[in-house]
Structures are given as structure tokens and as C-alpha cells.
Design a protein around this ligand. Structure first.
Ligand SMILES: Cc1cc2nc3c(=O)[nH]c(=O)nc-3n(C[C@H](O)[C@H](O)[C@H](O)COP(=O)(O)OP(=O)(O)OC[C@H]3O[C@@H](n4cnc5c(N)ncnc54)[C@H](O)[C@@H]3O)c2cc1C
Ligand SMILES: *[C@@H]1O[C@H](CO)[C@@H](O)[C@H](O)[C@H]1NC(C)=O
Ligand SMILES: *[C@@H]1O[C@H](CO)[C@@H](O)[C@H](O)[C@H]1NC(C)=O
Ligand SMILES: *[C@@H]1O[C@H](CO)[C@@H](O)[C@H](O)[C@H]1NC(C)=O
Ligand SMILES: *[C@@H]1O[C@H](CO)[C@@H](O)[C@H](O)[C@H]1NC(C)=O
Ligand SMILES: *[C@@H]1O[C@H](CO)[C@@H](O)[C@H](O)[C@H]1NC(C)=O
Ligand SMILES: *[C@@H]1O[C@H](CO)[C@@H](O)[C@H](O)[C@H]1NC(C)=O
Ligand SMILES: *[C@@H]1O[C@H](CO)[C@@H](O)[C@H](O)[C@H]1NC(C)=O
Ligand SMILES: *[C@@H]1O[C@H](CO)[C@@H](O)[C@H](O)[C@H]1NC(C)=O
Ligand SMILES: *[C@@H]1O[C@H](CO)[C@@H](O)[C@H](O)[C@H]1NC(C)=O
Ligand SMILES: *[C@@H]1O[C@H](CO)[C@@H](O)[C@H](O)[C@H]1NC(C)=O
Length: 641
């Protein structure tokens, strides 16, 4: 089969002068070319042509009201899919979706396999390493879960994609984008599937799965035309936190990555901003980006950095995944490793009583600005106990980068003194680590699969909320009310101010720059709840609980990567005054909305017409009917807060 595989240079030969030429991984050198497309028979060329190639052949499928689904006459024929499969890098790169839990249903039922799968279902790797599963299954539509977890009745594809390209190179990605665009098929991108809102799945879609792009290259002295000179790492789109931290640790370096072990560091994480255990000293992950390699909506493969396509470079640093193209690798700054002290502790109202519990919890939250200003990060959970009568405060990790145990004790001493004054017994577990990697390994356990009956939402609490005693009381009281209403809170205390990120101008939500607390709440419903009951629960969460959070943080926002799918006024909430420019960049680079994800930049014109009536990916992607959409599509932002 004819293929345009360019010669593969050894990575080491590129080390000498990084800013002189484009640095590509071997898999980024295997590309689709216009000449190759032109050499194909016309019928095949139509399938794979670049967006701007062959005016006369242009297929206007993307102008239709809905993306085609497998039931539609214009859905690509089996022959067309076979042609796609044949062009891809490996013979098994095109995967026709079979949900894992199909072994639990109907004619494909296999009791032993189903039991084995059920046993492993809570293990996040069951989903991360699968081409189509995601960690927030409610947004797939729960159409094929193991019955012991959720009885799906039948196993259907629901919001899973129809086909997946297991991408091994840029060529695969270009072919996938061109094929989907030219044929009116919905396109989605899955990396790890961590997305909170279901952005990495979609019914009737062709999914590009970037998980296998794991190359990593470390530079001792990267020279960037923007002025940066120093250590850096270029990592493939499929690299996860555990891959990245290990690789740089071996060289005595650290990078700004996520807390979660398996988060896709160069996928949705960094493109959505990326908060980190190191954010209070270095800023957001997106602030560290030096350059992206990306396949755009037209199928073009190019660089976005400070000198090449700077508008796209700006947008990719905080504008969100699945919106501007498929990123194939990112180069980011790295830093010298440093000692890290980590502390964990637990308080339980069953032991100390409720009054002391609330006072002690507030004593910690009240210190959010001071902790962040000392460069620390913490990850804590406040939750009602299983019996609903008590509450726990779990400090999973109070992380003090570049601080000794003694310095960390000094930072925590006002809080510890307060606990002592309240006569609360406590035994913090403090450990001093030689470097970041062992501290991170010890304090961040593997994430579990999300359940099938919870929605999440979040809010960025600005520093100003903690300036006065009145403000601190008001802030803590809304958190307390949330817990008293039976909902759990996961909170991060950090301060990724602009100064810490080196003052870059990028698309990161400006609300992050004033924030010292990022809190997530979860609202559960009964696993057998009806559609009406789920919608009611979600309404009382989004417009009740979360509205109270918004009311005490006027003008702030929410972190798009860990947000409510039903977030109101999401353009302002996720991007504030950056939205207008983002929308303009989206329109320039993707006027036909080849890339679409819920609540992504420029997503206003389309909606998933879900078949179950719930907000999920189980339905066709269609244009919003104009009568109701005109206002939103044309003036998408800035209802006054
Ligand atoms: C357990 C857990 C822990 C987390 N911890 C943190 C944390 O510490 N800090 C933090 O900031 N966030 C954290 N998150 C949130 C995380 O940042 C988001 O879920 C993020 O979207 C993950 O990106 P991904 O690529 O791994 O996931 P995916 O779900 O695969 O992708 C997310 C979005 O990005 C798009 N995308 C993925 N790869 C690409 C690509 N190469 N090019 C273009 N678009 C792409 C997808 O289409 C999708 O829209 C956590 C989430 C979970 C579930
Ligand atoms: C930006 O990308 C171009 C094209 O790939 C490359 O030549 C240039 O060196 C890059 N610039 C920086 C600052 O890395
Ligand atoms: C595509 O649309 C353009 C105008 O938008 C039209 O001129 C052209 O004929 C269309 N092509 C096809 C193949 O329908
Ligand atoms: C998965 O975990 C949840 C909560 O952690 C638990 O309720 C459930 O029973 C677990 N399911 C299985 C099959 O282990
Ligand atoms: C399963 O699917 C069949 C055929 O689509 C349908 O008749 C039946 O009602 C479904 N069963 C359940 C429990 O959803
Ligand atoms: C770490 O601490 C040392 C000594 O206090 C200081 O010189 C250095 O600048 C700190 N590094 C960072 C990244 O804050
Ligand atoms: C660091 O912590 C100490 C003790 O909690 C506090 O007094 C001090 O104000 C903090 N430093 C900053 C810069 O906020
Ligand atoms: C303290 O924390 C460390 C790191 O998580 C752990 O190995 C150790 O067992 C903990 N000690 C106690 C007493 O909990
Ligand atoms: C804040 O709340 C505490 C008790 O929780 C109360 O004693 C104090 O008076 C309150 N302060 C203000 C300014 O409201
Ligand atoms: C919240 O209220 C607004 C305005 O009344 C409404 O448009 C929206 O649908 C509600 N959200 C939910 C989740 O019910
Ligand atoms: C939009 O209009 C089409 C008919 O043009 C209709 O089939 C569809 O149900 C409508 N969608 C919504 C969400 O009202």
C-alpha cells in the first residue's frame, strides 16, 4: 500500500539546536500529504481530502442539520470504512466499538467473563485502557454497564462512538479528521476518558484515541524564541501523569502536572488549564507550555508556539480540549527537583463532636490565602459519613514543595494551635521527601471509576472571600450547608496567580488567577431514580446548591475540566473575558465545527438530542433549532453576573 512515510530521524540528532527546526517525534513524521490524496482514485480522494483540497469535490456534509448516524442512508458504507481501515498505520487501527459489558447481555452473554469484568469495573484502568470507556459513565447514557453496577436492560452503543481510530501516528489522525469531516460523521477525541462532562464520547461518532502516543523527550537546555532557556520536556498526547513524573524524575526534574495518577497530562488536562500540586509555586500547567504540535480541522499538521500560529498557541493554553484540533505532543518547561514535605490527617465529628468539627474545618479553610501564599497545595475531602449523621474531614495531602518538615510545621502552626485551643486531639502524619516524585506517589492513590448516580459541579473561590472574618464566615457557611444537605466536597487549596506562572498571556480562565480554593461538590441520586427524578435532582444541585456557591463568589468562575455539564452561563464561567477572543479563533480555525464538545468554545450552535431525555451523549449531534438558538449563538457571553 502506498503511504507517505517520511524518513525517521533519530531523536538524539535533534537535540543540538531545538529552536532552529521543528522537533518531531518519529510518529509525527508519518504524515498524509496532498500529493498522496491527489494520487488516489477520485472516489477515495473524496474520503481523505484535506479541508481546503479539491474545491470541486468538496462535500458539504457538515452543513446538514445533524451529523449522520449509522441508521442514515448517507452514513459511510462498509466499503468506505474498509477503505479508511486500509489507509491507517496498522491493520487493526480501526476498531468497531464493542462495549466491554456486552459480555453481560443478550446473545453475547458470557457469565464468567461478565463476573470478571464486574470485579474489575471499579479499577480505572478498565476504562482508561479501553478504546471507548470513560470515567464518568452517566454521560455515555449507561446503555451497557455490568448489571451488578447498573442494569442497562440491553446492551446498546448509546453514547459510545461507532468506530475508533487507535492513533499510532499523525497520518492516522489526519485520515480520521478528513474522513469524518468529508462524510458528515461526528468526530470525538478520547485520550484517557477522564473528562467530567462526557466530552470524550459521542453517539454515532468516529473517535480518535490518542492513548498510545507515549513518546517523551527531555531537553537539558531548550532554547525557545520567546526567551525561555532551560530544561524542558516534549511529551506525546497519550502521556499520563505517572509516565511524565517518572521520566523527569529520572533526570532530577519536575513538571507541572496533575495530582491524579492517570490524568492525560498533554490532552484535556493542559489544554483546559491544568491545576497541579506545584501550582502555588509555578502556576497552571498551561502556563508552562512552549509549543504544541496539532492536526487542525482541515487535516493540516502544524506547530503552534510563540512564533508559529501564535493565536492557536494562545487558545490551546486553557481554551479546552476537543475544540481546535488533535494535539499530538506538547513541549513544556521543566524545573529542578526539590524536597517536598507532605502531611495528612483526619478529623471525624463522631469523635470530636459536630461543633468542634465545624470550627476545626473552618479553621483550615479560613487559612486558604496564607497557605497558597506559602507555596503549598492541599487536596482535602469533606463528606457526610455513610450513616448520614456525622462528617469527616480528610486531608489527603497537604503538600509543601521546597519546604522542610520544620518549615511546614511553621506554616501549619496557626491551624494546629487553633485545634489545640479547641481541645481537639489530632495526629498529623508528616513526611519529608527528597523529591516531588516519591511524595506524589505516596499521597495520590489510583483513582476509582465514578459511580452511575452522581453529578459534579465546582467553583473557584477567590482570595477576596477570605480577606475579612465576615467573608470567611459566609464562605464556610455555604460549604457547611452543602455537607449538611448530604453532599460531599472535594477541595483544592492552591494559588496559581499570574505572577507564579511567569505572567503568560494565555486562555486560562482568569478566575484561576485570584482563586485560592477550587471546590467540587457531588450530588447523588438513587440508582433506580426515574428520568424525572434525576432531572429534579440535577436542577436542585445546579440551580440550588451551586447557585449558593456562585452567589458568594460573584464574577468568579468554574474550572472547565471539573465542572457541571449543566453549568449556566458557561462561557463566562469557564473563560471570563477571554471568551470573545477564543470564539473568534475557533471560527477562524474551525468554521464548520468539525470539532464539537459540550460547553466547548463555539459549541453554542449544536446540541446532542439525547434519546433518554437526560443531559448526555446518547443521541445525535444536531444544530440547535434557530428560533431558540439565535440569541445564544450570536451573543454567547457576558450576561452580567
Ligand atoms: C480522577 C481524576 C483526577 C483529576 N485530577 C486533576 C488534577 O489534579 N488537576 C486538574 O487540573 N485536573 C484533574 N482532573 C481533570 C482533568 O484535567 C480532566 O478530566 C481532563 O479533561 C483530562 O484530560 P484527558 O486527556 O486525560 O481526558 P479525556 O477525557 O480523554 O479528554 C478530555 C477532553 O480533552 C480532549 N482531548 C484529549 N486529548 C486531546 C488531544 N490530544 N487533542 C485535543 N483534544 C484532546 C477530549 O476530546 C476531551 O474533550 C482529574 C480528573 C479525574 C477524573
Ligand atoms: C515554532 O514552530 C516552528 C515550526 O515548527 C519552528 O520552526 C520554531 O522553531 C518553533 N518556535 C519555537 C519558539 O519553538
Ligand atoms: C458546497 O457548497 C457550496 C456553497 O456553500 C456550493 O457552491 C457547492 O456546490 C457545494 N458542493 C457540493 C458538492 O454540494
Ligand atoms: C465500586 O465502588 C463503589 C464505591 O466505592 C462501591 O459502592 C461499589 O460496591 C463498588 N463496586 C464493585 C463492583 O466493587
Ligand atoms: C431490549 O431491546 C429490545 C429490542 O430493541 C426491546 O424490545 C426491549 O424492550 C429492550 N429491553 C429492555 C429491558 O430495555
Ligand atoms: C527553594 O528553596 C531554596 C532555598 O530556600 C530557594 O533558594 C529556591 O529559590 C527555592 N526554589 C523554588 C522553586 O521556590
Ligand atoms: C506563611 O504561613 C505563616 C504561618 O501560617 C503565616 O503567618 C504567613 O503569613 C504565611 N506567609 C504568607 C506569605 O502568607
Ligand atoms: C504516614 O504517611 C506515610 C505516607 O503516606 C505512610 O507510609 C505511613 O504509613 C503513614 N503513617 C501513619 C502512622 O499513618
Ligand atoms: C463568624 O462566625 C463565628 C462563629 O462561627 C462567630 O463567632 C463570629 O462572630 C462570626 N463573625 C462575623 C464577623 O460574622
Ligand atoms: C436553572 O435555571 C435556569 C433559569 O431558570 C434554567 O434555564 C436552567 O435550565 C436550570 N438548570 C437546571 C439544571 O435545571
Ligand atoms: C428541531 O427541529 C427539527 C425539525 O426541523 C425537529 O425534528 C427536532 O425535534 C427539533 N429539535 C428540538 C430540540 O426541538
Amino acid at each position: 500500500m502506498a503511504r507517505f512515510i517520511h524518513s525517521i530521524l533519530l531523536a538524539t540528532s535533534l537535540l543540538s539546536s531545538p529552536s532552529q527546526s521543528r522537533i518531531l517525534f518519529p510518529y509525527e513524521r508519518r504524515q498524509l500529504t496532498r500529493e498522496y490524496v491527489a494520487s488516489l482514485p477520485e472516489e477515495d480522494a473524496q474520503l481523505f481530502a484535506f479541508g481546503d483540497q479539491f474545491e470541486t469535490l468538496a462535500v458539504n456534509a457538515t452543513d446538514k442539520r445533524c451529523r449522520y448516524g449509522p441508521q442514515d442512508g448517507k452514513w459511510p458504507s462498509d466499503k468506505a470504512w474498509q477503505k479508511l481501515a486500509k489507509q491507517l498505520s496498522t491493520t487493526d487501527a480501526l476498531i468497531k466499538t464493542t462495549p466491554q459489558a456486552s459480555v453481560c447481555y443478550g446473545t453475547t452473554k458470557n457469565e464468567a467473563k461478565c463476573q470478571e469484568l464486574t470485579k474489575n469495573w471499579n479499577n480505572s484502568y478498565t476504562h482508561i485502557d479501553d478504546p471507548t470507556e470513560v470515567l464518568s459513565p452517566i454521560y455515555q447514557g449507561l446503555t451497557c454497564q455490568p448489571p451488578a453496577i447498573y442494569d442497562s436492560g440491553n446492551c446498546t452503543l448509546g453514547g459510545y462512538p461507532s468506530y475508533v481510530i487507535k492513533a499510532a501516528d499523525v497520518l492516522d489522525i489526519q485520515l480520521g479528521i478528513n474522513f469524518a469531516r468529508n462524510d458528515g460523521v461526528r468526530l470525538v477525541v478520547k485520550n484517557t476518558g477522564h473528562d467530567f462532562a462526557g466530552k470524550s464520547v459521542g453517539a454515532g461518532s468516529l473517535s480518535i484515541w490518542t492513548h498510545g502516543l507515549k513518546d517523551i523527550q527531555i531537553f537539558d537546555n531548550y532554547v525557545d524564541e520567546s526567551g525561555y532557556r532551560g530544561p524542558a520536556v516534549k511529551a506525546g498526547a497519550g502521556v499520563q501523569d505517572f509516565d511524565l513524573y517518572k521520566a523527569v524524575n529520572d533526570k532530577g526534574l519536575v513538571v507541572v502536572g496533575g495530582a491524579g495518577q492517570t490524568v492525560g497530562a498533554m490532552g484535556g488536562y493542559i489544554q483546559g488549564g491544568g491545576h497541579s500540586p506545584l501550582s502555588s509555586i509555578y502556576g497552571m500547567a498551561a502556563d508552562q507550555a512552549l509549543g504544541f504540535e496539532i492536526v487542525t480541522p482541515t487535516g493540516e499538521f502544524l506547530s503552534a508556539n510563540s512564533t508559529s500560529n501564535p493565536d492557536l498557541f494562545w487558545a490551546l493554553r486553557g481554551g479546552g480540549g476537543g475544540t481546535f484540533g488533535v494535539v499530538t505532543s506538547v513541549a513544556v518547561k521543566a524545573f529542578k527537583d526539590m524536597p517536598v514535605t507532605a502531611v495528612s490527617w483526619l478529623l471525624d465529628s463522631a469523635t470530636i463532636g459536630k461543633d468542634k468539627f465545624w470550627a476545626a474545618s473552618q479553621a483550615f479553610v479560613d487559612r486558604a490565602s496564607s497557605n497558597a501564599d506559602n507555596g503549598t497545595y492541599s487536596y482535602l475531602i469533606m463528606a457526610p459519613s455513610a450513616n448520614g449523621k456525622d462528617y469527616t474531614f480528610i486531608m489527603q495531602a497537604f503538600l509543601a514543595p521546597n519546604k522542610t518538615a520544620k518549615e511546614t510545621t511553621a506554616i501549619l502552626s496557626p491551624y494546629f494551635s487553633r485545634l489545640t485551643a479547641l481541645n481537639i486531639p489530632f495526629s498529623p502524619n508528616m513526611t519529608e521527601y527528597k523529591g516531588f516524585y516519591p511524595a506524589w506517589q505516596a499521597h495520590f492513590p489510583l483513582e476509582a471509576q465514578s459511580d452511575v448516580q452522581t453529578a459534579y459541579g465546582s467553583r473557584l473561590f477567590p482570595r477576596s472571600n477570605f480577606d475579612s472574618e465576615t467573608g470567611r464566615n459566609i464562605t464556610f457557611n455555604v460549604l457547611r450547608q452543602t455537607l449538611e444537605a448530604g453532599q460531599s466536597i472535594i477541595a483544592f487549596n492552591l494559588g496559581p496567580t499570574l505572577a507564579r506562572g511567569g505572567n503568560p498571556d494565555n486562555a486560562v480562565n482568569p478566575a484561576w488567577r485570584n482563586a485560592v480554593l477550587h471546590a467540587i461538590a457531588g450530588r447523588r441520586w438513587d440508582v433506580k431514580a426515574s428520568v424525572a427524578d434525576i432531572l429534579a435532582a440535577r436542577k436542585s444541585f445546579t440551580n440550588g446548591t451551586m447557585q449558593k456557591w456562585r452567589d458568594v463568589t460573584p464574577g468568579s468562575g468554574s474550572y472547565l475540566n471539573e465542572a457541571d455539564r449543566l453549568e449556566p452561563n458557561w462561557q463566562q464561567s469557564f473563560w471570563g473575558d477571554k471568551y470573545a477572543r477564543l470564539l473568534q479563533i475557533k471560527k477562524e480555525w474551525d468554521p464548520k465545527d468539525v470539532f464539537w464538545a459540550v460547553n466547548a468554545v463555539g459549541s453554542e450552535g449544536w446540541t446532542v438530542e439525547s434519546v433518554d431525555g437526560l443531559p448526555d451523549e446518547n443521541g445525535k449531534l444536531c444544530k440547535v433549532n434557530t428560533t431558540s438558538s439565535a440569541a445564544t449563538a450570536d451573543a454567547p457571553m457576558l450576561q452580567a453576573f
